[in-house]
Design a protein around this ligand. Structure first.
Ligand code: SF4
Length: 95
């Protein structure tokens, strides 16, 4: 049996997926990543978007510019690409 994962900031993507599996929370991928964050941390303030959050960052690589959420996790793949317009999760912190 795998070790019980505790919910905390700075979890790796693998830890978050395992946490959600253990807690029976549906894990969603591409296009629904923000739903995974909302299920973990709750909803952010009404009308507020990820683009205004301190965790929302820009990464430059592969001759491109990509948006990421530091709390969700950063990789160089599309699986962690983020959108400014997505509704904020409960860990929203104004920049
Ligand atoms: S509100 Fe901030 S922490 Fe939450 S998903 Fe958006 S960028 Fe990430």
């Amino acid at each position: 049996m795998s070790e019980k994962i505790q919910l905390r900031l700075g979890m790796s993507v693998a830890e978050r997926i395992e946490y959600m599996r253990q807690e029976g929370i549906a894990y969603t991928i591409n296009g629904k990543k923000i739903e995974s964050m909302t299920r973990l941390w709750g909803k952010g303030p009404e009308g507020v978007r990820c683009g205004d959050c301190v965790q929302f960052v820009t990464q430059n690589y592969h001759d491109g510019r990509f948006f990421k959420c530091r709390l969700y996790g950063i990789t160089r793949g599309a699986g962690t690409d983020w959108r400014k317009k997505w509704p904020a999760c409960g860990k929203f912190t104004e920049r």
